[in-house]
Structures are given as structure tokens and as C-alpha cells.
Design a protein around this ligand. Structure first.
Ligand SMILES: [Zn+2]
Length: 123
């Protein structure tokens, strides 16, 4: 890593996989977009947290697809569609549902800290 911040997105992406991909994982590769879409969107959220909404929008504009076709059962497991379209779908859902980052992260943090485990609560 060059040490000038130009590869922060890689660190963010891989750290996001500790949750999306490792702790919460897909049952088969057909749905790998969930892991990669969330990790890619985490990159954008990282830049939003450091630079604001305009930085989020600028970063999202770097995710240029491809977008044609389905992201479920992609032609290639690591096809760019699972990263970029996955992130855009989450961005769209965020605007439909409201900011889920804080809700999801807060709920996850509460669950992890209250149970000391990655398992979902049984009640
Ligand atoms: Zn990834």
C-alpha cells in the first residue's frame, strides 16, 4: 500500500467482508452480490463519512457497471456486476428505506456486544 490513502477503499472493502461475507454469508455463489455489493457500498460509505454526501456521490459515480442483466447467478462469480450493481442496489434501497447504515450497524453492534456472539438472537 502506498501510504497516501489511495487504497483505503481496499482496506474498507476487506474489513466489510468480516461481516458481509464472513459472519453473514451466502448459501451459494449465485448470491455473491450480497457480499460484494455490501463490501463495495461500505467503500462509498467510508468516503461519505470522511467527505460528506458529495464525496459519496462522487465515489458512486466510479462504479460504472456493467449493469445489464441479473446479479443473481452472474456469468462469472467475480463479475464486476456483483460489485457495482450490488452497491447501486443498496444505494437505491437506502434512499427508499432511509439511511440503514446507522440502523443496521447499531443493531448489529448491540447484538454482538450483548451476546458476545455472531449468532442472531433466538427470541
Ligand atoms: Zn469483496
Amino acid at each position: 500500500m502506498p501510504g497516501n490513502g489511495s487504497t483505503e477503499w481496499v482496506v474498507v472493502h476487506e474489513l466489510a467482508h468480516m461481516w458481509w461475507g464472513d459472519a453473514v454469508t451466502v448459501s451459494d455463489w449465485d448470491h455473491v452480490w450480497l457480499s460484494e455489493g455490501f463490501a463495495s457500498y461500505a467503500e462509498a460509505q467510508w468516503y461519505e463519512s470522511s467527505g460528506g454526501a458529495s464525496t459519496l456521490q462522487t465515489y458512486m459515480q466510479t462504479m460504472t457497471g456493467p449493469f445489464a442483466g441479473t446479479i443473481v447467478d452472474p456469468p462469472y462469480v467475480w463479475d464486476p456486476i456483483v460489485y457495482d450493481k450490488g452497491a447501486w442496489i443498496l444505494h437505491m434501497l437506502r434512499h427508499i428505506m432511509g439511511t440503514f447504515r446507522s440502523r443496521t450497524c447499531s443493531a448489529t453492534t448491540r447484538r454482538l456486544t450483548s451476546t458476545g456472539t455472531r449468532s442472531p438472537p433466538t427470541s
